[in-house]
Design a protein around this ligand. Structure first.
Ligand SMILES: NC(=O)c1ccc[n+]([C@@H]2O[C@H](COP(=O)([O-])OP(=O)(O)OC[C@H]3O[C@@H](n4cnc5c(N)ncnc54)[C@H](OP(=O)(O)O)[C@@H]3O)[C@@H](O)[C@H]2O)c1
Length: 238
């Protein structure tokens, strides 16, 4: 039975993906801060599963905790980093910008770092990061969020190049969701909303296909194409 760890498995996309992986026959390790929710997810899984409290905004402690969880799961071939926060922040409150950077940038990079070290020691494996279509452009409503997701996608690309150059067969998958109906997606203006389960299914398809990149759901590639093509002056007026 292959081993997998999902960081950010207490709710939303991460919880749905943990369920999907367990149903597909993985031994799953679940990590996040809310251990009560992790236990609820764990109790629903059909295969052996482990949980660990991890606050990724505390990098040193989080990296040690991830290594502990990996030892408990045993021979982990797949790491998924779904943890993230986002705030609509029109007033540009520094506390919200800072929190976004602490979790989505600092925490994300720390989890990638620890996971890659373990995969390299193992000799192969798969790393998946949950970025966002928001990575493609700056965003006035949540500047730190869009910028943090650009960091996520860019960092994953660098790690992919590194693994390739070192000749270690580690697949690196960048998932860019559009809107997914979770606690994070609360605005009434949202469209093309997927359920967390639909998102998990498509993420699993990208994992199985060893894709470098996937939009979730797939039709978000159209929005991505538009976002990339819009001149900055136009985009600013929208
Ligand atoms: N929903 C969308 O429309 C959408 C669109 C594009 C991208 N995404 C991305 O998808 C990912 C999952 O979000 P979601 O939509 O599933 O929202 P969610 O239900 O709010 O899930 C967020 C997850 O991140 C974890 N997390 C937050 N802060 C953490 C910390 N300091 N340490 C460890 N874990 C932490 C949460 O666990 P605890 O609170 O228990 O720690 C939770 O498991 C995020 O990276 C988000 O940016 C979401």
């Amino acid at each position: 039975m292959p081993g997998a760890i999902v960081i950010g498995a207490s709710s939303g996309i991460g919880a749905a993906l943990a369920r999907c992986l367990s149903e597909q026959g993985y031994r799953v390790g679940l990590a996040a801060r809310r251990v009560d929710l992790l236990e609820q997810v764990r109790a629903q899984l059909p295969n052996p599963a482990f949980s660990q409290a991890i606050d990724i905004s505390q990098p040193e402690r989080a990296m040690a905790a991830l290594r502990e969880l990996a030892a408990a799961v045993g021979d982990v071939e797949l790491y998924v980093i779904s943890s993230g926060v986002g705030f609509i922040n029109p007033q540009l409150e520094w506390s919200e910008e800072q929190r976004t950077i602490e979790v989505n940038v600092l925490g994300f990079a720390a989890m990638v770092n620890a996971a890659v070290q373990m995969l390299e020691a193992r000799g192969s494996g798969h790393l998946v990061g949950i970025s966002s279509v928001a990575a493609l452009r700056g965003g006035r409503a949540a500047p730190a969020y869009n910028a943090s997701k650009a960091f996520v996608s860019n960092y994953l690309e660098g790690i992919r190049q590194r693994c390739h150059r070192r000749g270690v067969p580690i697949t690196v998958t960048d998932i860019q969701p559009g809107f997914v109906a979770t606690a994070m997606a609360q605005s009434p203006q949202l469209f093309w909303m997927a359920t967390a389960e639909q998102a998990a299914e498509q993420i699993f398809a990208a994992i199985r296909g060893r894709k470098r990149h996937a939009y979730v759901t797939r039709r978000w590639r159209l929005v991505a194409w538009l976002l990339r093509g819009l001149p900055a002056a136009w985009y600013q007026r929208m």
